[in-house]
Design a protein around this ligand. Structure first.
Ligand code: ATP
Length: 250
């Protein structure tokens, strides 16, 4: 359905439409549509704008990515449907590997997502029909299986729209985890090293912009920015941002 740019809720409706199209073309899982609904509810509580707390988290996330030895961006169906182009640009900018990793896994969907990323400029996409799979301990879902050259070997993993189990398991495996999740109370948000509480459609372009800006910084400066970030405090700030916005309505 074509949505008029004059509609007051254009951005939100257009995002839904992209997910529905992604579902129809076999990129997005049906469960991904439900996950978006949960995200939208939290986005409403942020006033559908990037809060101050997310800006701090984005800076720490860029510092982690730029300071990493082997950074990887994990891609699921919703991420591919919503921000394929910018996530590929981010992978080039850092530079980082892209790895498809799905909760509701099928080879056909993995291939479709990889080909969408390639059409958007990706040179290499890991995680599809890989011969070098390793297992992440403590994950019950098919997400436990990762590429040995990608997430298996990564020191920093960006996991937009994740499930809490895998975020916790990746931390236990000694990796720094960057999450993008509109729900500050999710297990993912609480388990991550850095959580950006924001909508992925705003968070990825902003992460790209800040990463480009921080590229000239020295390794020691990047390390200092990343290590001074306190995720627990910042997630609490994100909740306060939501409460503050809602108090304006009460
Ligand atoms: P957890 O296991 O971490 O508690 P969950 O069971 O809530 O998470 P899912 O149902 O898989 O996880 O939902 C994924 C998460 O992604 C939800 O917390 C939801 O708020 C968030 N989310 C959905 N759409 C977006 C979006 N567009 N941008 C950012 N976050 C989103």
């Amino acid at each position: 359905m074509k949505i008029s740019p004059n509609h007051p809720r254009f951005r939100s409706l257009e995002t839904r439409e992209r997910l529905v199209q992604g579902f129809q073309s076999g990129i997005v899982a049906s469960q991904g549509l439900i996950a978006q609904g949960r995200g939208e509810a939290f986005d409403y509580m942020l006033g559908e704008v990037t809060p101050k707390s997310s800006r701090l988290a984005t800076k720490a996330a860029s510092a982690l990515l730029l300071g990493a030895k082997s950074p990887v961006i994990s891609i699921n169906g919703n991420t591919a449907a919503l921000v394929a182009r910018d996530v590929v640009k981010l992978a080039h900018s850092v530079p980082a590997e892209l790895e498809v990793n799905l909760f509701h896994r099928s080879l056909a969907r993995e291939r479709r997502i990889a080909s969408l990323l390639k059409r958007n400029g990706a040179d290499r996409v890991l995680g599809v029909d890989s011969k070098t799979k390793v297992r992440i301990r403590g994950v019950a879902s098919p997400r436990r299986s990762v590429d040995a050259q990608g997430i298996g070997n990564a020191d920093v993993v960006l996991i937009p729209l994740e499930d809490g189990d895998r975020a916790e398991a990746l931390r236990k495996a000694g990796k720094a985890v960057i999450a993008i999740d509109l729900n500050p109370m999710s297990r993912t948000s609480l388990a991550a090293t850095v959580t950006i509480v924001d909508n992925i459609i705003r968070a990825i372009p902003e992460l790209l912009r800040i990463t480009e800006k921080m590229k000239p910084l020295s390794r020691s400066r990047l390390g200092a920015i990343a290590s001074s970030f306190d995720n627990e405090k910042n997630v609490a700030r994100a909740m306060k941002d939501m409460i503050h916005y809602m108090q304006g309505w009460a």
